[in-house]
Design a protein around this ligand. Structure first.
Ligand code: NAG
Ligand code: NAG
Ligand code: NAG
Ligand code: NAG
Length: 809
């Protein structure tokens, strides 16, 4: 690809290594002005109410002038597997590193010093989980002259009450104000991190102001966001030039394997977003007064939910037409609940799709106000006329029904999927709920688990301490998991009313013999008991296990159901279920190298990662359910052979929202829906295990009739990416189901046959709609009753193959 060097005249200066130590200086009073244009974060679709029974419980009535709790709370988070576990500091306030935030001083060096201090993972480091950091910006205006480079495992967090402004200086001459994967100066296109492995990043609560950068300069870019799974952008506003010659862009993203972003506003610019990435889920983005709202350069599949364009010239400008491995353009877009107001062209593609495969497009519930063209082609052809109207359900691409494997090319209306009212907000859109940040609460509304006996040192058994904390503080305080690695050796019950917040992804992990028997699987974290109703909010947490042998661990059992009237009141945001591959897991290359196969006992990391049970509801946003295929610490590249039985099993009767989730490398299935009902998913992403079919699924996990679909009869079965049985009203709005390996080799990728089947729907399911299904290297893209129906070879669309719609009916 064309690297940055050809796009920008000047390159990033090499980072000076920082010798700055943490200063004990207290935060100076903030003097800068801070236009608070970002509205309240917790003002969510859901209205959650608490009735505290004790005076000391959290009330959420902090005054506007009181500091954001994250700034005020005692910071005692640690990284136990860091080389200096006692000295390493997770939380860094940029003002402690000399940032002034008055809009006058150049704060670039101070901000980057806060990011880099204490040997973090920058240039030359592939990845690391032992140097996590929250880099915090109090309210103020921070002038920058070159890029802020968030190192691996960094959360950049602004004051959620008064989002700070990052003000690009008129001389700003770099790739972007925030650059999550810089090109190495003189590196011939090499970058800091491998784009598909650029995990664990989050940026929240900022205003990025580019308007002082001359309009014609593309250096006026808000974020270079070339990232992968377990990343998020949230609550960010970017201001750009609206001059006719503007070259400004809110986000520039040329590669990656994401990912989730949401609650973003772009004002002005040539492009609100200029993007290309294997797959991504974007929720709640508004672009005002840009020339082009979103330019889509390439993908295998994106889901765009709740996108609004106001006064743009073009809403979506989509590069299409590339059908070969080396000429990948935009494979599949799934657009739901969009609004285009005074935007003459809602969608335009670069090539026509007449009778052709390229450029699969799905539109569900788009409201147009004064558009001339709903869907058009560069050069003027109108595929779907504009106007002031609602597009209920429309698609362009190959469509299938039931067991009929004959493709039909459609450029027109599609059957509108049935959406349960429980999934919708009052205006009929799919519910979205912003990541709770508790900005109206005081630090005293939180309890620290470390203040209440938990150690989080990666060694101590914290089971009793955590049980006691949950019992005492659920439905009262917000439970703060100071950064750390908390071990439990028996089931921990997380009661209704729990609000728990991690610090740079605090890890809570099950260890020990109680979780070792796969014939008697045992829950590690039980969220509610079956039948329980209440609010649960989990943010910035990683659920995990520690080896050896936890083959019987069901890591999270989700039983909680949201209270009536509190849609998405039980959920997880920026939280993940991750096993293996990291320091402290005992599932690293030293224990479970891919070169020594068959360490089934010592290298079994879970029975099932997430069980969404029958009586529950759940909102899961950005959740990555990942069994590591390579180690993130150590070399950062070595492949490992660790085993997990199953990814996600849902038996819920709904509502369940899976917004931007992934499930990878589990032996039997990634996503399974059994007797499930009223689910919305977009986009779901899977990868099959790299070792399969040696051994073939379900080995090393014997078939378990309670948890597994009947094994299918191919000679060398691989894991299902998606398996649906006896289910009803399941709406999948974007899926990327991938198979990249056979026994760690990749010849099967160009041959497009790493596995035989990847998605199965049984004949007893009804009301199943799958839009925008992309698969990689599975000979059959979709099966009904375990018989392959859709041939991949009929739907080749660049690297992946794409089906625009399949439905049971
Ligand atoms: C990045 O994306 C471009 C398409 O824009 C593609 O040609 C290139 O191969 C990708 N590079 C990597 C390293 O994935
Ligand atoms: C969408 O994002 C905006 C800006 O962050 C926020 O104010 C609004 O509450 C969000 N709406 C929904 C439905 O999430
Ligand atoms: C890639 O595909 C596009 C659209 O069909 C076409 O215009 C372009 O020439 C192709 N490029 C190459 C290098 O084949
Ligand atoms: C799918 O491929 C199989 C095997 O090549 C072939 O027998 C079958 O006719 C194909 N199905 C369709 C609908 O073309």
């Amino acid at each position: 690809m064309a690297p940055l060097a050809s796009r920008l005249g000047s390159l990033i200066t090499l980072l000076a290594s920082s010798s700055l130590l943490f200063s004990a200086v207290a935060n100076a009073a903030v003097t800068g002005t801070s236009p608070n244009t970002v509205s309240s974060i917790v003002a969510a679709a859901a209205s959650t109410s608490f009735a505290p029974s004790v005076a000391a419980c959290a009330t959420g009535n902090a005054g506007a002038d009181e500091p954001f709790w994250l700034e005020a709370i005692t910071h005692q988070g640690t990284s136990p597997f860091n080389r200096d576990p006692n000295g390493y500091r997770v939380f860094r306030n940029v003002k402690d590193f000399g940032a002034v935030g008055d809009g006058i001083h150049d704060d670039t060096a101070a901000i980057n010093a806060a990011i880099q201090a204490q040997g973090r993972c920058g240039l030359g480091c592939q990845s690391s989980t032992v140097t996590p950091a929250i880099v915090y910006f109090p309210k103020g205006t921070y002038r920058v002259t070159s890029a802020i480079i968030p190192y691996y495992y960094t959360q950049l967090v602004g004051d959620a009450k008064h989002p700070p402004t990052l003000l690009a200086d008129p001389t700003f001459n770099d790739m972007a104000v925030i650059d999550a994967d810089p090109y190495i100066p003189g590196g011939g296109g090499a970058q800091y991190w491998i784009n598909q492995n650029n995990f664990f990043r989050s940026v929240r609560n900022f205003v990025i102001d580019l308007r002082q950068v001359p309009p014609e300069k593309p250096q006026g870019t808000g974020l270079h966001w070339q990232v992968s799974q377990s990343t998020s952008l949230a609550n960010i506003v970017v201001h750009m030039s609206t001059a006719p010659n503007t070259a400004h862009q809110g986000i520039w993203m040329e590669n990656g394997s994401g990912g989730f972003m949401g609650d973003l506003v772009f004002n002005g610019g040539k492009f609100g977003m200029w993007v290309g990435n294997q797959q991504f889920t974007v929720r709640n983005v508004t672009v005002n007064n840009a020339q082009t709202g979103i330019y889509m350069n390439w993908n295998w599949g994106w889901t765009l939910q709740g996108i609004t364009f106001r006064n743009c010239q073009i809403g979506f400008d989509v590069r299409t037409g590339g059908l070969t491995l080396d000429n990948q353009s935009s494979g599949a877009l799934a657009i739901i609940d969009a609004v285009a107001s005074n935007t003459p062209i809602f969608i335009q593609t670069s090539e026509p799709s007449n009778g052709h495969l390229a450029g699969s497009l799905v539109i569900d519930n788009a409201k147009l106000e004064n558009s001339q063209v709903a869907v058009g082609v560069v050069g003027g052809a109108v595929v779907l006329a504009g106007g002031t109207k609602t597009i209920a359900s429309w698609g362009q691409g190959n469509v299938y029904h039931g067991s009929n494997g004959v493709r039909q090319f459609v450029q027109g209306n599609l059957p509108a999927p049935n959406k349960a009212s429980s999934l919708l907000d009052s205006s009929g859109r799919i519910v979205g709920r912003v990541h709770p940040q508790y900005e109206n609460y005081r630090a005293s509304d939180f309890v620290s688990v470390k203040d209440h006996g938990a150690k989080g040192d990666g060694v101590t058994d914290d089971t009793a301490a955590l049980k006691a904390i949950f019992t005492q503080y659920a439905n009262c305080k917000i439970i703060f998991f100071d950064a750390g690695h908390y071990i439990v050796t028996d089931t921990v019950y997380i009661p209704p009313g729990t609000r728990m917040v991690g610090e740079a992804w605090s890890v809570i992990a099950g260890r020990g013999s109680r979780f070792s028997d796969q014939n008697n699987p045992r829950v590690v974290f039980q969220v509610g008991k079956p039948g329980e109703v209440g609010v649960v909010e989990i943010t910035d947490i990683i659920f995990s296990t520690v080896g050896p042998n936890v083959a019987g661990a069901i890591i999270v059992e989700w039983n909680i159901h949201e209270p009536s009237g509190a849609k998405a009141g039980a959920g997880m945001w920026d939280s993940h279920i991750r096993t293996g591959g990291v320091s402290g897991s005992n599932f690293e290359a030293a224990h479970c190298p891919s070169t020594v196969a068959g360490r089934y006992d010592t290298c079994a990391a879970a029975f099932l990662h997430l069980h969404i049970t029958k009586g529950s509801s759940g909102y899961f946003e950005g959740t990555w359910v990942w069994l590591a295929d390579h180690e993130l610490d150590g070399s950062g590249v070595a492949q490992i052979s660790v085993y997990s039985g199953r990814g996600i099993l849902s038996e819920s009767q709904g509502p369940v929202w899976l917004i931007g989730t992934g499930s990878e490398h589990h032996s039997v299935y990634q996503y399974r829906f059994l007797g499930a009902k009223d689910h919305f998913m977009g986009l779901i992403q899977t990868e099959s295990p790299y070792y399969q079919p040696t051994p073939a699924a379900p080995v090393p996990f014997p078939f378990n009739a309670k948890y597994d679909p009947q094994p299918y009869q191919d000679a060398a079965p691989s894991a299902w990416g998606l398996h649906i049985e006896r289910s009803n009203n399941i709406l999948i709005f974007g899926a990327g189901l991938y198979s990249f390996f056979q026994a760690y080799t990749q010849d099967c990728v160009p041959a497009r046959n790493c596995q035989a089947q990847i998605a199965n729907i049984d004949k007893a399911s009804t009301g199943i709609s799958i839009f925008s299904l992309s698969t990689v290297a599975s000979a059959k893209m979709l099966s009904v009753g375990a018989q392959g129906v859709i041939n991949e070879s009929d739907n080749v669309n660049g690297f992946a193959s794409t089906v625009t719609f399949w439905g049971t009916e």
